[in-house]
Design a protein around this ligand. Structure first.
Ligand code: GMT
Length: 382
C-alpha cells in the first residue's frame, strides 16, 4: 500500500499488439491515474506505454542465453523478475493477463516471496482458455494455475462458462468485462484521411486484427466482395499476421486490389478507426472482441461474430450486428443495409457510442478491478 492507501500492483502481459496487452496496459494507466503505483514486468515495453507516465515503472525481463538451452526459459526469468520486483517495490498484487505462461511465473514468484505477502490475480482473455490451454500439454497446468490464483477474472460471461465447462474449475471466476476509454476513442470527422481512402465518397469498411486463422480474415474479403455488388465501398485492413499473404492473394484473385488498403499494424487505433463507417470482425470465435467495442466508441457500426462473448455488449440490430462467422450472406446483407441507409446508420452509431461509454467505459470497469483488489487485501471500499 502507498501513502494514499492504494495498492501497489505488478502487471504482466504480452507486450505486442493484441487485446490482452491493450487491456492490461490501459488498466495500468487508469490505476496509476487513480493513485496506484503500477509496475509493468514484461519481456518488452507494452506498445501503448511508450511515453512517460507518472506512477508507472517498467521492469524488463532479462532472458540469458546459454548454449545448453534450446529455448531460453522465459517463464523462470519472468518469475525471478516478478519476485525481485515484489520484494524491492513492495507489490501487494501481481495481476497477470493471459494465463499461459504468466500465471505459472506469478505462482512461482508468490512461492518465493511468501503467499501472505503477495496475491496473484489472473485475467483470462480468450485463447488461453479456448485454444492454447486446451492443448494436451498445457491443459493440466492451466487448470492447476487457475485453481491456485487468489482470484480469477474472465473478460466475458461466455469465457467464464467455457472455463468452467472445459476445466471444471468451479464457479469462483468473476466476470470483469473489457473496457474502452471513451474520451480517447471518439468519433472524428477525419476529412483529409477520408478523402485519401474514399476519394469518390465511397463507404469505408475496416477490419483490424492479428490476422491469425481464428480471426477468419478470408471471410472479410468475401463479405467485402458481396457488399461491393450493392454499394461503392472500400476496405481498410489494419494489422498483420500469418494469414496476410493468403489474404493478399485472395484480394488479387478477386480483382479487388484497387479497392483495398493495407495499413499494417497501427499503435494508436483511435487515430484511424473513426474514419470507417463499419467494422467487420467475423472471427471463428471471440471471447470478447475488444476492437468492436472500440469501434462503437468511435461511432463505427460493428458487424461481428455471434460465436463467443460479443453478444454481451452488441445487441443485434440495435447497436451493431451479430452473425455466424460462416454466414457470409448474412454479414454482407447487414453491412449493405446499414451502409445504404444513412438514418439507420446514424441511429446505430448513437446507440453504440452510448452503450460503449456507459457499462463498458473505463471508470465503471476499472472500479470493478479496484474493488477486487480491495477484497483480496482485506480492505473495505475502494
Ligand atoms: O486474439 C487472441 O487470441 C489473443 C487475445 C489477445 O491477447 O489479444 O485476444 C483475446 O483477448 C482480447 C482481450 O480480452 C479479447 O477482446 C479477444 O476477444 C480475445 N480473442 C479471442 O477470444 C480469439
Amino acid at each position: 500500500m502507498n501513502a494514499v492507501n492504494m495498492p501497489t500492483i505488478g502487471i504482466t502481459c504480452y507486450p505486442s499488439q493484441g487485446g490482452s496487452g491493450v487491456v492490461a496496459t490501459e488498466l495500468g494507466l487508469h490505476l496509476s491515474r487513480r493513485g496506484c503505483e503500477v509496475h509493468f514486468i514484461s519481456s518488452e515495453l507494452p506498445f501503448r506505454l511508450r511515453k512517460y507516465h507518472d506512477n508507472i515503472i517498467y521492469h524488463p525481463v532479462e532472458m540469458p542465453q546459454y548454449p545448453v538451452f534450446q529455448h531460453s526459459p522465459y517463464t523462470l526469468s519472468l518469475a525471478t523478475t516478478m519476485s525481485e520486483v515484489a520484494t524491492r517495490c513492495g507489490l501487494d498484487i501481481l495481476h497477470v493477463h493471459y494465463a499461459i505462461p504468466h500465471t505459472a511465473s506469478a505462482f512461482l514468484a508468490q512461492q518465493m516471496v511468501g503467499p501472505e505477502r503477495l496475491k496473484v490475480v489472473t485475467t483470462l482473455h480468450g485463447t488461453d482458455i479456448t485454444l492454447v490451454g486446451q492443448e494436451p500439454s498445457f491443459f493440466p497446468i492451466t487448470r492447476f494455475l487457475i485453481q491456485k490464483s487468489d482470484a480469477v477474472t474472465a473478460v466475458s460471461s461466455f469465457l467464464k462458462a467455457e472455463t468452467i465447462r472445459v476445466f471444471d474449475t468451479g464457479e469462483d471466476i468473476e466476470v470483469i468485462p473489457n473496457f474502452v476509454d471513451a474520451r480517447v476513442f471518439v468519433p472524428k470527422e477525419m476529412n483529409a484521411v477520408r478523402a485519401r481512402f474514399a476519394p469518390a465518397g465511397e463507404k469505408l469498411i475496416l477490419h483490424a486484427s492479428n490476422f491469425r486463422p481464428v480471426k477468419n480474415p478470408r471471410a472479410v474479403i468475401e463479405v467485402f466482395a458481396r457488399v461491393r455488388r450493392d454499394l461503392p465501398v472500400r476496405l481498410l485492413l489494419v494489422g498483420d499476421g500469418p494469414e496476410m499473404p493468403g489474404v493478399r492473394q485472395q484480394v488479387a484473385e478477386a480483382g479487388l486490389s484497387d479497392h483495398v488498403e493495407y495499413l499494417g499494424p497501427v499503435d494508436k487505433l483511435e487515430e484511424i478507426l473513426p474514419v470507417a463507417d463499419l467494422l467487420l470482425l467475423p472471427s471463428l470465435h471471440e471471447s470478447f472482441g475488444l476492437v468492436a467495442l472500440e469501434a462503437m466508441a468511435c461511432g463505427v457500426v460493428p458487424v461481428v461474430t455471434s460465436r463467443g462473448g460479443a453478444g454481451e455488449f452488441i445487441q443485434d440490430g440495435i447497436n451493431g450486428f451479430l452473425r455466424d462467422p460462416s454466414d457470409i450472406t448474412g454479414m454482407a446483407a447487414a453491412a449493405s443495409e446499414v451502409l445504404g441507409d444513412a438514418a439507420l446508420h446514424a441511429q446505430l452509431v448513437e446507440e453504440g457510442r452510448r452503450d460503449a461509454a456507459a457499462d463498458f467505459g473505463a471508470p465503471c470497469v476499472v472500479r470493478q478491478y479496484l474493488e477486487l483488489y480491495d477484497r483480496l487485501l482485506g480492505n473495505s471500499g475502494s
